[in-house]
Design a protein around this ligand. Structure first.
Ligand SMILES: N[C@@H](CCC(=O)N[C@@H](CS)C(=O)NCC(=O)O)C(=O)O
Length: 204
């Protein structure tokens, strides 16, 4: 199997962290690829052109983080990323994915020339992302989102989201007023799977 990724993508990082945490990494070759480039090595496999894309031995190209992580659970992992029948785990995962989508839209706006940015979109996604972060702060402070075992899909993806905010979306001072979430993230980020996949700093 081959996983196409870019080093800055929080979605692709979630899959890379999951491979390391679950012991699947030796079975998957990671291929770094260019995005938004007609010569991208990914396009012959997946015309969508987005990462993560997991190419299976028969050539099937599986894309979308929400499909790839549950698929990993079918490969004989050390522990399940989304335990069967665990609705809470799915609810948490879905919420983090929605938050990450919002932050990605916000970040894309900030990458446009200033005159092309939409203040309305930025305001909407800033509010969405901050609202979910505030809910998470309250939950973590109340003792939820325990980190006593290896991280599941929601924890991995939240860790990658906050890691993205740290390194590639610094326009958002997410730690301010959220000490419990910040401490939670620092603990998760110290795990070897996170330390091995830290995204490069960007100008934002
Ligand atoms: N919904 C997708 C989002 C993946 C995504 O947006 N990936 C970005 C990188 S963070 C990408 O590949 N962008 C390239 C493009 O838009 O052409 C998922 O959950 O995997």
């Amino acid at each position: 199997m081959r996983l196409f990724f870019s080093s800055g993508s929080p979605f692709a990082r979630a899959v890379r962290v999951a491979l390391r945490e679950t012991g699947l990494a030796p079975r998957v070759e990671e291929v770094e690829t260019a995005l938004r480039d007609p010569r991208s090595t990914l396009l012959p496999h997946n015309p969508v052109g987005r990462v993560p894309t997991l190419v299976l031995p028969d050539g099937t190209a599986l894309t979308e983080t929400a499909l790839i992580l549950p698929f990993l659970d079918t490969l004989g992992v050390a522990y399940p990323l989304l335990p069967a029948g665990d609705l809470r785990a799915r609810a948490e995962f879905g919420r983090v994915l929605g938050m990450l989508d919002g932050m990605a839209v916000w970040n894309r706006e900030l990458r446009r020339p200033p005159e092309e940015r939409s203040p309305g979109v930025i305001a909407l996604e800033t509010a969405r992302t901050s609202r979910v972060a505030d809910a998470l702060e309250a939950e973590v402070a109340a003792g939820a989102w325990a980190l006593d075992g290896p991280p599941d899909a929601a924890r991995i993806t939240l860790g990658c989201l906050l890691g993205y905010a740290e390194r590639r979306h610094r326009a958002w001072p997410w730690r301010e007023g959220r000490p419990a979430l910040a401490a939670w993230f620092d603990r998760l980020a110290a795990r070897p799977a996170f330390a091995a996949t830290v995204p490069p700093l960007s100008g934002l």
